[in-house]
Ligand binder design. Structure first.
Ligand SMILES: *[C@@H]1O[C@H](CO)[C@@H](O)[C@H](O)[C@H]1NC(C)=O
Length: 426
């Protein structure tokens, strides 16, 4: 293998002055070091010149030069044959396209030019050094809320494309990303999740996910009563406290309102036989390594509720009774008024009661004060059966003393001194 090196700079300078149009061998690579992402496609580009009068017959890329041995065309190497593509154009641009880059591709790649003249062959030094990297998230496993956290997308060589971060599969745009770092200024429990990174242009080639846990004090505490609903005196009641927090809450302490020392500990607090003394407000304090938080619950007895029901029933009954009584009174009054009106209608008013003398009076049966009426005239013509049942009301009854009859001496039994002028019955 004849590798002719570029002539020293002063000579080139001299040649440029003396033989102005004479070109020499040269191979320039755009980049001498390339960092590629595992699985990506990479280009190695450059330009070349060759002395005039030569015709380029063949160009190819090779790796691992061995002194004195003609290098092998990479496209003929079974490891690369399917993954490499050589491109050249008339402006002496050349390029190697290498697909599905893998770690074992970490070599120095050289461009080889072969001409029609056996001795005029060229290998472009220093070649292109390829480095292959994977992406790996380096971050703490766990952060305490309020602290800062930096997540780094680690590579083994310097990638030029910008980094992209994902949380639970979604791109993160709101967070501070500087170079390959994601900066979490004040970590909150919401920052917990699965983080991965990628670089622009190769979003499909993401790092493996990294789980970030956030430690935080209890944020919510809830207390439940079992059995739920009304508590009957003498029954047993269990209060259960639950809370979030990371690490999970393991210490629960129970307090009763008004008391300074705890009444119990553990997630459950039981009252075996509840009495009125047990009622009141209970506090459950949930605590982990990062803080504590209280939850409250009110314990009341059913009896108090029943008392309220009794009051309600009592008041209700009273109101009902009152209404009934009022209705009764009203109705009675109404009936009375109707009867009164009726009796007024059927009232018989007698204007004159004449004590007749026409009827012969038997001496034998003459009672002492037997008054006998010959006619009773009614002023009111609408006489009904009512006047037999109802009490007749007499406006004026005049008893005229019968004149003593001399011809029937037996008749004279009445005391002539009694004179009825008016008998009124109301
Ligand atoms: C290299 O050349 C190819 C075409 O030959 C082009 O598509 C690619 O963008 C070039 N890459 C760089 C880094 O110049």
């Amino acid at each position: 293998m004849s590798l002719r090196m570029t002539p020293p700079l002063p000579l080139v300078f001299l040649l440029m002055i003396v033989g102005a149009s004479r070109t020499e061998w040269s191979v320039k690579y755009n980049q001498q070091k390339i960092c590629a992402l595992n699985g990506s496609t990479v280009f190695m580009n450059g330009t070349f010149t060759h002395p005039e009068g030569l015709t380029v017959t063949e160009t190819f890329w090779f790796i691992d030069p061995v002194k004195g041995v003609e290098p092998t065309d990479l496209s003929k190497d079974p490891v690369y044959s399917g993954r490499v593509k050589f491109l050249t154009d008339d402006q002496k641009h050349f390029s190697l396209k290498l697909s599905d880059v893998m770690k074992k591709d970490e070599h120095r790649f050289y461009f080889r030019i072969i001409t029609n003249e056996e001795k005029e062959r060229w290998a472009g030094e220093p070649g292109v050094q390829l480095r292959v990297t994977e992406l790996r998230v380096k971050a703490p496993e766990e952060v305490t809320e309020g602290q800062t956290a930096d997540l780094t997308c680690k590579t083994t060589c310097s990638l030029t494309d910008p980094f992209i971060w994902y949380k639970n599969g979604h791109p993160l745009t709101t967070k501070t990303i500087k170079n390959n770092q994601l900066h979490l200024q004040t970590v909150s429990s919401e920052d917990a999740g699965s983080y991965s990174c990628a670089v622009g242009g190769s979003q499909h080639l993401r790092s493996t996910a990294h789980s970030l846990r956030v430690r935080y004090p209890p944020k919510s505490v809830s207390v439940s009563i079992s059995p739920s609903g009304e508590i009957v005196e003498g029954s047993s009641v269990t209060l259960t406290c639950s809370s979030d927090g990371n690490p999970p809450v393991k210490i629960y302490t129970w307090f009763k309102e008004g008391g300074t020392s705890p009444v119990g500990s553990g997630q459950n607090y039981s009252i075996i036989s509840i009495t009125a003394d047990h009622t009141g407000l209970y506090y459950c304090e949930a605590q982990n390594d990062h803080g504590a938080l209280n939850g409250t619950v009110m314990v009341t007895l059913k009896r108090q509720n029943l008392f309220a029901v009794w009051i309600a029933v009592g008041v209700g009954s009273f109101v009902l009774l009152l209404i009934t009584v009022l209705i009764c009174i009203f109705r009675m009054k109404k009936t009375h008024e109707t009867n009164h009106n009726k009796s007024k209608q059927d009232e018989n008013i007698y204007t004159t009661v004449t004590h007749s003398t026409s009827r012969p009076v038997q001496a034998a049966d003459s009672g002492a004060d037997d008054a006998q009426y010959a006619t009773i005239q009614k002023r009111n013509d609408q006489v009904t059966s009512n006047d037999q049942q109802g009490d007749p009301q007499y406006a004026s009854v005049t008893f005229r003393h019968r004149t003593a009859n001399t011809e029937s001496p037996t008749q004279n039994v009445e005391d002539p001194s009694v004179i009825y002028s008016t008998v009124r019955k109301d």
